[in-house]
Design a protein around this ligand. Structure first.
Ligand code: SAH
Ligand code: SF4
Length: 384
């Protein structure tokens, strides 16, 4: 079963919300300042937040009861208002190259996935930010169903924590050093939650994942790119460009009709001027659609004035059932790459990770959905 099948499955067979669903917020969703404020409002000293964060992100305990320097009263108060970990492991897969893929069930029984990849430079986790996606790119399995809901900041942080707990159990002293917001969903369509998420994992008192080690990928919501430029965080920005002109891009990405390339590039110019930071342009190579020499030349022209801060990432397309798109042959990718180089555009052709277990979003979820099919009932609420 391919990714688009899962997506349709989740649409047609909504998750069963358990009657006794835990509705408490996850403790992982609070920034340190947020927790300080919460303690103050509940008659405790804000300093408690420092202690709790130490237990959460340094000691990495998995229950409030283990926070032994907190009073019994404070622990009970926390337990009354917060749950610890909102994700239940449904499936775990490990590939030979070390790539690990988790399938998690959230409190309302919707399924999400998270991938851990080993790179020369460190351990990177790819997190999911939404269930489904409303952007509707024609090549992407996530876009084949409407968004069912945004993930909370706590649910996104918990993905990293689950992986970190797994690493802790291996006892190899490994830590998640990098994070990419490239799983299912459009991060800038869940803006406030991803911002909290970034602040939490980036904090020196939290997991201390360096801002330069965090990458947000967007399909190109131009106004949000401008807003992001003005935030006080220094993370990397990747833009899923995928085509060098409006005709091709709109055929692949509906969002381009709303924010055409000119508007997108203006927003990126603003981002570059404001932050002086490099932007990665993601470009999936699809045979006969966007991989021809003229596309490479158009892309070079488009980025010519932004050369200093542009970086192009050529990615082999991972075919999705139900679309007619095919992966570009290696020679098309090489030719394309060469044209960019001739135009002095910095580019790499990205290696794939976890193909053995299919690290592309959605695949793991699909098989589990199949098994759950017989259990389905109507999902009583919609968050769309
Ligand atoms: N919504 C955001 C981030 C999630 S998608 C975005 O679109 O940028 C992460 C990346 O995977 C994007 O660059 C997206 O275009 C790419 N992608 C989606 N489907 C793909 C597929 N089938 N093969 C290869 N890359 C894909
Ligand atoms: Fe959404 Fe990104 Fe997929 Fe487009 S590529 S449908 S924006 S997840």
């Amino acid at each position: 079963m391919k990714t688009d099948d899962i997506m349709r499955y989740q649409q047609q067979n909504p998750a069963v919300i358990p009657e006794n669903m835990d509705t408490r917020q996850s403790i992982y969703g609070l920034t340190r300042e947020g927790l300080e404020e919460w303690f103050a409002q509940h008659g405790e000293r804000p300093f408690r937040a420092h202690q709790v964060w130490d237990w959460l992100y340094r000691q990495r305990v998995q229950s409030f009861q283990e926070m032994t320097n907190l009073s019994e009263k404070a622990r009970e108060l926390l337990d009354e208002h917060f749950q610890f970990n909102p994700l239940e492991v449904v499936k775990f897969q490990k590939a030979e190259d070390g790539t690990v893929k988790y399938l998690f069930r959230m409190n309302d029984h919707l399924l999400i996935e998270t991938v851990l990849m080993y790179h020369e430079y460190g351990l990177s986790v790819c997190v999911t930010t939404q269930v489904g996606c409303n952007i509707g790119c024609t090549f992407c399995a996530s876009g084949l169903i409407r968004k069912q809901r945004d993930l909370t900041a706590g649910e996104i942080v918990a993905q990293i924590m689950q992986i970190q707990h797994y690493l802790d159990e291996q006892d190899k002293n490994e830590r998640v050093s990098h994070c990419v917001l490239m799983g299912i969903g459009e991060p800038f369509d869940n803006y406030d939650n991803i911002l909290d998420f970034i602040r939490i994992i980036n904090s020196d008192h939290g997991l201390a994942i360096g801002a330069r080690h965090i990458t947000v990928s967007t399909s190109g919501l131009a106004p949000k790119i401008r807003e992001f430029a003005d935030e006080d965080i220094q993370v990397n920005l990747a833009v899923s460009l995928h085509a060098p002109n409006n005709d091709v891009r709109t055929s692949m990405m509906r969002i381009n009709a709303k924010y055409p390339i000119e508007e997108l590039m203006d927003a990126i110019k603003y981002y570059m001027e404001t932050t002086n930071r490099r932007v990665t342009f993601e470009y999936i190579m699809i045979e006969g659609v966007n991989d021809q020499p003229e596309h490479a030349q158009q892309l070079s022209d488009l980025l010519a004035s932004k050369r200093r801060l542009s970086y192009v990432n050529l990615i082999p397309y991972n075919p999705v059932a139900g679309t007619n798109y095919q992966r570009s042959p290696a020679e098309n990718i090489q030719k394309f790459h060469q044209i960019l180089r001739d135009n002095k555009i910095t580019a790499t052709a990205r290696r794939e990770h976890g193909t053995e277990i299919d690290a592309a979003c959605g695949q793991l979820r699909s098989n589990e959905m199949k098994r759950q099919r017989h259990k389905r009932t109507i999902r009583p609420r919609s968050n769309v």
